[in-house]
Design a protein around this ligand. Structure first.
Ligand SMILES: Nc1ncnc2c1ncn2[C@@H]1O[C@H](COP(=O)(O)OP(=O)(O)OP(=O)(O)O)[C@@H](O)[C@H]1O
Ligand SMILES: Nc1ncnc2c1ncn2[C@@H]1O[C@H](COP(=O)(O)OP(=O)(O)OP(=O)(O)O)[C@@H](O)[C@H]1O
Ligand SMILES: [Mg+2]
Ligand SMILES: [Mg+2]
Lengths: 253, 253
């Protein structure tokens, strides 16, 4: 039975997609079966893995198709992808009138949980219906954060949304961890924000953090995760360390 | 009659808010009357100018109040603010069933156009109903972009949305310009992306560009634009140069 992890933060540009692509790859290379579900209409995780945005996830959500039919392989043997669709923007409006509109994705994903060890969901930069569907379907949520003021501001709203979902549709929703991304420890602002977050969230902060590293920004233009684009890069190594920490937390028993 | 400029790009974290706050400030210090309307539920532009998120814009959009009643002054004498509201997230769902749902903001803003020289609108990172309301109300759209792959990917979708709006509700919607933000010209990727954008968009790209500068990220934690926080900083100077170029394009007659 796969564990399902939503990667979410409504603040834009904090490294959700970069984390989704590189963490799922780093786990797949250890020969665990991984599925990445891209529910962001921007379809960045889809192109970051060399895939093509396809109408299908839209059809699945509004009920015309099953999720098995739209899963595609990637260049990494144990990693599979549910590609996003540009018409997902319209889906938010259409889902509104559907029954159980917040748990549609959950009912679709449950059908394939048996085929994977881990399922990651990349979310758009919003707390709208698509992100909520991801949080309702998930066992836990991984929160990438930049050490900057605006990114900090949004955290309390993200946590109140998580608590709302925990108290209603998904009582088992856990915090997988808070991940510092694009970390540059030189500016005082970064050190201050990092200190605040560690004080407040204690052991829910991953020990691994991701440095700012240009190879992570270059890799998507080749449709490859950093591990395939430049395995020696600081960025690829940081995500591999994150994968090791993630696996040791989830497979310790 | 004010010119209305929407600042939009569905890609997250490209500097929409930083541009909205610092460009509007740089114009206001030249004693032109400026209004900044924050329609992003994150309310970053509101706090970046030292304001407080307030329920009111929500009441204005669903019809219970007038925009004049919710305009607040800022620390900068000629700059005024329409604060955002956290419940705007819910507004996208409520606006869906309203008549003329895409031009509600326009009808509200038209009432105050006579009081200002320029009105800027900060948008959320999406192409949903809030951003569309901003594009329908605007005379032109200013597009901040980072020189990175994912940011480039979204441009064609942004332009197809702009064209759709131009062909329906707002035939006069113009491109104010494309602005390079967080620009670091060292990586090859940045130079390649910049070259592509300049080749494709030619004179619609601002000559001014904004370098990556930590003072721009620090200023919001003090609720101040960079011009007030550190007027000598590269970031503040770059936005002042942008303001000069913006004004020379708009007031040449
Ligand atoms: N550690 C890093 N070092 C350098 N660049 C990075 C790093 N992580 C992400 N980036 C780049 O920063 C930009 C933002 O990252 P990304 O797109 O992953 O964020 P996101 O949270 O998914 O954005 P959105 O909110 O639009 O979905 C991208 O261009 C990406 O390539
Ligand atoms: N030129 C710059 N140099 C350094 N940091 C910057 C610069 N411009 C913006 N930032 C920082 O980068 C982050 C993203 O910028 P900002 O929040 O303005 O983008 P946005 O497009 O409004 O994001 P969102 O999509 O979430 O609305 C912020 O933390 C901001 O302080
Ligand atoms: Mg993303
Ligand atoms: Mg913003």
């Amino acid at each position: 039975m796969a564990k399902i992890i939503s990667i979410a933060n409504q603040k834009g540009g904090v490294g959700k997609t970069t984390t989704a692509v590189n963490l799922s790859t780093s786990i797949a290379v250890t020969e665990r079966r991984v599925l990445l579900v891209d529910i962001d209409p921007q379809a960045n995780a889809t192109t970051g893995l060399g895939g093509k945005a396809h109408e299908n996830i839209y059809d699945v959500l509004i009920g015309n198709a099953d999720i098995e039919e739209i899963i595609v392989p990637t260049e990494i043997s144990y990693l599979f992808l549910v590609p996003s669709s540009l018409s997902l923007v319209g889906a938010e409006v259409e889902l509104v009138d559907m029954e159980d509109r917040e748990s549609i994705l959950k009912s679709k994903i449950d059908g394939v949980r048996g085929d994977y060890d881990y399922i990651f969901i990349d979310s758009p930069p919003s707390l709208g219906l698509l992100t909520i569907n991801g949080l309702v379907a998930a066992n836990s949520v991984l929160i990438p954060i930049q050490c900057e003021f605006y990114a900090m501001e949004g955290l309390s709203r993200l946590f109140s949304t998580i608590n709302r979902i925990r108290n209603s549709l998904n009582p088992g929703l856990d915090i997988e961890g808070i991940l510092f991304t694009m970390l540059d420890m030189r500016p005082l602002l970064s050190r201050e924000v990092r200190g605040e977050v560690e004080k407040h969230f204690k052991d829910r902060v991953f020990k691994a953090s991701i440095p700012r590293n240009i190879r992570l920004a270059e890799a998507p233009s080749f449709g490859k995760p950093a591990l395939l684009y430049d395995v020696k890069s600081k960025g690829a190594r940081a995500y591999f360390e994150l994968a090791e920490e993630f696996l040791s937390r989830n497979e310790k028993n």
